[in-house]
Design a protein around this ligand. Structure first.
Ligand code: TLP
Length: 355
């Protein structure tokens, strides 16, 4: 079959900036999926999954890796692995794991979260140290620290490597584990020029998503020491996340791992362009853009929900995060021109509001 067979016709879509999760698989992914060699992965017999896990472990620089259906499941398993029931986990108060995963980690691990407020999602050792608890007759012990890189809700901010390294080193001196939610770690690597392995080097476990900026249709990776990943397989099964001939998905993940990082520079340039244009609109305030996420505030009194609805009517999808701001993400299914069109549409909508 030639490439054209894998170019699935789709009805024209709006300019979708709601997330980088909305991408559709590339022709190369669809071809790999159709041709994937498969087996029963619960028996460890799916050769494509085995290849993906080995390749992912090598790229992220950990001993072993396991393919999980979602980032949420990867984070959930990591917290369970790194903590004992009843311990605390320190994270940022806007961390995905704390704010957007329906308290799943607390539910599954029996942990309580001690969340710190930061300006930009970057947790420093100074902030963490104040919240650490060694465990006593009166206060439960801190079992793990969770860091998110890039940090979603501050606009894809990248951890300075020295801050990340220091948190891991100091935490380990205190016998505390560190989990890195690296859903978009490849964006951090693109922004800093560091390898993903160097970024994740000192974290005990790292989760990254194939299905966000890398564009695979499904799946995330949880990586860490072999013994922990062996246990992670058991926890994945318990959560109902062990799949059978899942090489059809892993095949897309392999293409995403090898090919998609090459496109991230363009996504970041588009995000910067979008931010630049939005910032020229009267009353719009844009957070600093380091990767592919643009967070912007509207002029005082203008509703993010109503603005989102007005943009939708013009074929532009952008989600309000709350009553304060909206979030737009660039990815390989949006072009430079579509970013310009989105900014122009917002300008038009806000002019209507001002009249
Ligand atoms: N993030 C999604 C939404 O859930 C908000 C998005 O559109 O950005 N960690 C981080 C940092 C994430 O941004 C996400 C998803 C996850 C974990 C969870 O991944 P999934 O959706 O695969 O469970």
């Amino acid at each position: 079959m030639n490439d054209a067979a894998f170019r699935i016709p789709v009805t024209p879509r709006p300019i979708d900036l709601r997330s980088d999760t909305v991408t559709r698989p590339t022709p190369a992914m669809r071809r790999a999926m159709a041709e994937a060699e498969v087996g029963d992965d619960v028996y460890g017999e799916d050769p494509t999954v085995n290849r993906l896990e080995a390749r992912a472990a090598a790229i992220i620089g950990k001993e072993a890796a396991v393919f999980v259906p979602s980032g949420t499941m990867g984070n959930t398993i990591a917290i369970k692995l790194l903590t004992k029931h009843g311990e605390e986990v320190i994270c940022d108060s806007r961390a995905h794991l704390f704010d957007w995963e329906l308290a799943m980690s607390a539910w599954f691990s029996g942990c309580q979260f001690r969340a710190a407020n930061t300006e930009d999602g970057i947790l420093t050792w100074d902030a963490i140290e104040k919240l650490l608890r060694p465990g006593s007759a009166f206060a439960t012990r801190t079992g793990a620290i969770e860091l998110e890189n890039t940090f979603n809700m501050s606009g894809g901010r990248v951890y300075p490597q020295a801050v990340l390294d220091e948190v891991c080193d100091r935490a380990h001196e205190r016998g505390v584990n560190v989990h890195l939610d690296g859903a978009r770690i490849f964006n951090a690597a693109e922004a800093t020029g560091q390898s993903v392995a160097r970024i994740a080097q000192k974290a005990d476990t790292v989760m990254f998503c194939l299905s966000k900026a890398l564009g695979a249709p499904v799946g995330s990776i949880l990586a860490g020491p072999q013994a922990l990943i062996d246990e992670a397989r058991m926890l994945r099964k318990r959560l109902g996340g062990a799949m059978r001939q899942v090489g059809v998905l892993a095949a897309a993940g392999l293409v995403a791992l090898e090919e998609s990082p090459k496109g991230l520079a363009a996504d970041h340039a588009n995000a910067r362009l979008l931010a630049e244009k939005l910032a020229t609109i009267e009353g719009v305030r844009v957070s600093p853009v380091e990767t592919n996420i643009v967070i912007f505030h509207l002029p005082a009194g203008v509703s993010p929900r109503e603005t989102s609805d007005a943009l939708r009517a013009r074929g532009i999808l952008v989600n309000p995060v709350n009553n304060a701001f909206l979030r737009a993400l660039t990815h390989y299914d949006v072009s430079r021109d579509q970013c310009l069109a989105a900014a122009a549409a917002l300008d038009e909508v806000l002019q209507g509001v001002r009249v």
